[in-house]
Design a protein around this ligand. Structure first.
Ligand code: NAD
Length: 534
């Protein structure tokens, strides 16, 4: 069987790769303004009501026009997903996995184009966009291999006179609701996990990233995934989302996004509707208020680099981004003296230009909300870097560092989802861990220390779903660091891990009474072999 290996990142120091990327950006720009359809059962649907996707680096520049789904269209998608499920559920795992391997290969071939979409539609810098595509490829390969593993079933003990096995069967028709911030990777991961397990899907992408989602659908179609297995429904979260989440025939909802929307989905899905005969399965991965502890015995240079990347990579718009920096009092000054110049050196501007490390935040409402949080931060603590918009025609904000933050402050507790880092002093390591755990979230955290005892203590006591020691707290790898958080960070689904497909399946145990018949096909052959040896 194929071995899983994570996809290598593109080396943009090579001129050949830079050229390919520039060409891909021009190609995607040439498609700006195109209109995209809803796709249900392979049928392209246009509606009267539409919305646009915009380039956040250039206010008002339309990337594409998309259909605003209404309830009748959502119902149509559900009926097709239900009908398609009847055949798809029995399609062999090998066939289903084959589609994912094909999709991975198509993504490899279209890699620069996919990257370019995310540079232009979400303002990712080249490396961040490339990592997103690489992760999407990894999800396809990994979940394909996982589907084959699940198909074999778990090992059970033998019982005389019976053949016992446990099989994982699909759930039904479900809704996949991804966020805009990993617009290809998370969307691909949730959608492929759901359909490779034998379910059918209504995919409702974020209205901030429908363009890259439409390209994902092109790939689904290019891989010849049977029509109706993945149905593409663009539109407002509230109408399509609520309608479908409440729908009595919805069997599961896979959601990744903010805490308020996630909790609403959990609540809506928890209300049994007339005619509903199951408990809806909800996978809800939500926000974070992620931390890095830099201990008195840390390698300061490495911590400076790790915090910078974790806090400001993709403008801090990662659920795993470091937004709480907890510094041991003893190294506070030493750390900050080195750290602030590296923050000041960050370039901000349109990411089409690869020399910009940080691009825009996603849209006007995020821009306003982040600036509002910066105002709050200035009133709660001291702004020592950034704290203002950056020049340009996009939603640009300078990387911002606010010190003197206490755990009761809003900057310490609330997810901002932008380039804002709150810094807090800890008296010692014990205090640092107390601060780390003083949160309703529990997604990622990193601890920088050379002290082995402290490392062990952190492993035991820091309450996060993904803990990193002496490295950044972002960039989990598929199959290597399964991802998901505790408490209000969600259902700890561990995407990209060996338990993930279980969330999209239900286990059926089958005991077949065979009496005194041989219990295994291998037995007669083994007996014959033994006889020959004698
Ligand atoms: P969001 O909650 O605003 O939207 C997420 C998705 O939900 C979008 O597709 C949106 O259209 C849809 N939606 C909105 N209202 C809905 C409703 N009433 N019913 C159903 N669907 C609805 O989040 P976002 O701004 O797209 O993403 C950022 C958030 O996602 C942050 O909070 C971030 O921490 C979180 N996130 C978490 C993870 C994780 O793995 N834990 C990963 C990435 C992002």
């Amino acid at each position: 069987m194929k071995q899983f290996k994570t996809e290598k990142y593109t080396d943009f120091t090579k001129a050949v790769n830079r050229k390919k990327m520039e060409k891909a950006i021009t190609h995607v720009e040439s498609k700006f303004g195109k209109e995209y359809s809803i796709i249900i059962g392979g049928e392209r649907i246009r509606l009267d009501k539409k919305f646009h996707s915009y380039n956040p680096s250039q206010k008002g520049e339309v990337i594409g026009t998309f259909q605003k789904a209404d309830e009748p269209t959502a119902e149509r998608a559900m009926q097709v997903a239900l009908k398609t499920f009847e055949a798809w559920r029995y399609t062999p795992a090998k066939t289903r996995a084959g589609y994912l391997f094909k999709m991975a290969n198509i993504m490899r071939r279209r890699r620069f184009e996919l990257n370019a979409w995310m540079v232009l539609e979400e303002g990712k810098n080249w490396l961040e966009a490339d990592a997103d595509t690489a992760e999407a490829i990894d999800f396809c390969d990994y979940y394909a291999l996982e589907a084959l593993r699940y198909d074999k079933g778990p090992k059970l003990y033998k019982y005389p006179g019976e053949i016992n096995k446990q099989v994982y069967i699909p759930l039904g028709a479900g809704i996949v609701i991804p966020p805009w911030n990993f617009p290809l990777a998370i969307l691909t991961g949730m959608t492929t996990a759901a359909f490779v397990s034998g379910n059918t899907v209504i995919l409702k992408p974020s209205s901030d990233s429908p363009g890259i989602a439409a390209i994902f659908m092109e790939i689904v179609e290019e891989a010849k995934v049977p029509v109706g297995v993945v149905n593409f429904l663009t539109g407002p979260g509230a109408i399509a989302g609520d309608y479908l989440v409440r729908h009595p025939k919805t069997r599961f909802v896979a959601f990744t996004g903010s805490k308020p929307v996630g909790l609403r989905i959990v609540e809506q899905a928890g209300k049994t509707q007339p005619g509903q005969i199951w408990i809806k399965r909800v996978v809800a991965e939500m926000g974070g208020k992620d931390l890095i502890i830099v201990d008195s015995e840390a390698d300061i240079d490495s911590a400076v680099a790790g915090v910078r990347t974790s806090a400001f990579g993709f403008q801090g718009q990662k659920c795993s981004a470091c937004s709480r920096l907890i510094l041991d009092d003893k190294i506070y000054d030493q750390f900050m003296k080195k750290f602030i110049p590296t923050v000041e050196a960050i370039t901000v501007g349109p990411t089409k230009d690869n020399s910009n490390y940080m691009g825009p935040v996603i849209n006007e409402s995020a821009y306003n909300s982040i600036l509002e949080y910066i105002k709050i931060g200035k009133s709660e603590g001291t702004c020592v870097s950034g704290g203002e918009p950056a020049p340009g025609d996009g939603w640009f904000i300078r990387p911002t560092v606010i010190t003197d933050i206490a755990s009761k402050h809003r900057i310490f507790q609330e997810e901002i989802f932008g380039p804002v880092l709150g810094v807090t002093r800890a008296r010692d390591f014990e205090h640092a861990i107390q601060l780390a755990n003083d949160s309703e979230y529990g997604l990622t955290g990193a601890v920088y220390t050379k002290n082995k005892k402290k490392i062990e203590k952190a492993k035991r006591e820091v309450f996060v779903g993904n803990l990193y020691i002496n490295r950044k707290c972002t960039g989990a790898l598929v199959g290597i660091q399964p991802f998901g958080g505790f408490n209000m960070s969600g259902t700890d689904s561990k995407a990209g891990g060996p338990d993930y497909l279980m969330l999209f399946t239900q286990a059926k145990a089958i005991a077949e009474y065979i009496g005194s018949r041989k219990t295994s096909k291998k037995t007669p052959r083994r007996a014959a072999k033994r006889k020959r040896r004698k």
